[in-house]
Write a protein that binds this ligand. Sequence first.
Ligand code: FAD
Ligand code: NAD
Length: 449
Amino acid sequence: MAEYDYDLFTIGAGSGGVRASRVAAAHGAKVAIAEEHRVGGTCVIRGCVPKKMLVYGAHFAEDLEDCQKFGWEIEGKSFDWIKLRDNVLDDVTRIEGAYTDTLESHDVTIFHERAEITGANEITLASGKTVTAKTILIATGARPRLPECEGVEHGITSNEAFHLDELPKKVVIAGGGYIANEFAGIFNEFGSKVCVVNRGDQLLRGYDESVRDRLLQISITKGIEFRFNTTFDYIKPCDEGGYFVKLKNHEEERADLVMFAVGRVPNTEGLGLDAAGVELGENGEIKVDEFSRTSVDHIYAVGDVTDRVQLTPVAIREGQAFADSVFGDIEPYSVDHSCIPSAVFSHPPIAAVGMTEGEAKNKLGSVRVFQSDFRPMKNVLAGRNERSLIKMICEGDNERIVGIHMIAPEAPEMMQAAAIAVKAGLTKADFDATTAIHPTMAEELVLMK
Ligand SMILES: Cc1cc2nc3c(=O)[nH]c(=O)nc-3n(C[C@H](O)[C@H](O)[C@H](O)COP(=O)(O)OP(=O)(O)OC[C@H]3O[C@@H](n4cnc5c(N)ncnc54)[C@H](O)[C@@H]3O)c2cc1C
Ligand SMILES: NC(=O)c1ccc[n+]([C@@H]2O[C@H](COP(=O)([O-])OP(=O)(O)OC[C@H]3O[C@@H](n4cnc5c(N)ncnc54)[C@H](O)[C@@H]3O)[C@@H](O)[C@H]2O)c1
């Protein structure tokens, strides 16, 4: 008789948990996974995937306007939110099915219910069933944070934004980070009046200042309003529908929808972590070492619940490294969290890798910055007065590239390839030695003066 029911029990079937479970099973482990909501987790069900589909949908608004300068006439164009919403939700269900199939084809047992650690190696499911496992992986992700304010229960978060029955005429979005800027772009392109409310005076902290400023200027030109250095006093329902929204130092205003996008809280409550002896950090995140091991030897944690870098590819890499290291026939290895490229799918999008100009100056002293500030060819013909910006930050005499930052149509697509070069430690001279592909926006990368 085996000592435990499973070699591995994973709590949470999101990006990190699914990858770890599938790979551990492929290494020969007997694996079970519990999911209390839907297989796929935040990324597939209510994050990256449906968000990107809405971004695509939203962008047609500009394309349908710009296409006229390219000779196209489109009569009677109209937009049907319910059609887009339902098509997106259908595709989410399809992908959920693909994730479930992957787990099942690897003989991973799926429990479609909540799980909690109730003993050193014991897990109890919501149905009351108890199982044991030699190793436990916590991959429970994070949930939207809600600020403290009167009437906070009247607001929605990104979770609900994908299910709206109608688009708001006016939406107030709290936050100045990824989600706030992405949804500001989405709602604005669909014709909603958007007001972004940020507690501080900076959008997208962590991104390069000139790129952030460019997004702010373009967003204002597109009609998005911003209120900085303020928080909510109250949100009160109005008899005629919608809400009265009062911000500190501002007059009360009306809105049809309030959306909170003020960060995410690791899902660590009600998991039995205290009793199990798993240590948490200041923000409730699970503390782990470089191998994703918690303070308890046989309990590991990956992804957003550890609050290292809250991105899907990072959760996936952490899950893969954990499974290979614990169940594979190889030397344990850890995930390199340096130089991770990222993107904000705003309108237009931002993408970045490595140090910003400010960071590089602080850390490295003298740096050289190359910059290309240009109006993409398509925007020129379309009469769209929107400029793009690409910055390259270089270090030392050999001008090793330590950061690239851009705001441009398709910036995330360009960045994925550029990030390989930065990660590999290439220099400005290596870029200069590469022949341009003309005419593209990406050729700016190898033509910078
Ligand atoms: C709106 C939005 C857009 C995003 N866009 C991007 C993007 O474009 N690119 C990008 O890289 N990242 C994006 N992210 C971040 C990305 O979704 C997360 O970093 C990623 O999903 C984290 O994966 P995870 O495995 O740690 O957790 P999750 O994917 O959140 O999975 C955790 C799972 O655990 C389940 N769970 C929790 N507690 C229990 C329990 N006790 N028992 C059973 N199950 C439980 C949850 O239901 C959930 O399904 C976005 C996030 C949001 C919210
Ligand atoms: N494209 C992507 O890769 C992508 C997209 C969406 C989300 N994500 C991930 O999800 C995480 C969460 O996203 P997010 O946008 O919720 O958080 P975030 O950390 O990016 O931004 C939070 C913002 O809210 C502001 N804020 C905090 N409290 C506030 C308050 N009370 N009132 C007004 N503003 C307030 C902060 O100043 C900050 O600008 C991100 O950190 C990111 O890792 C990634």
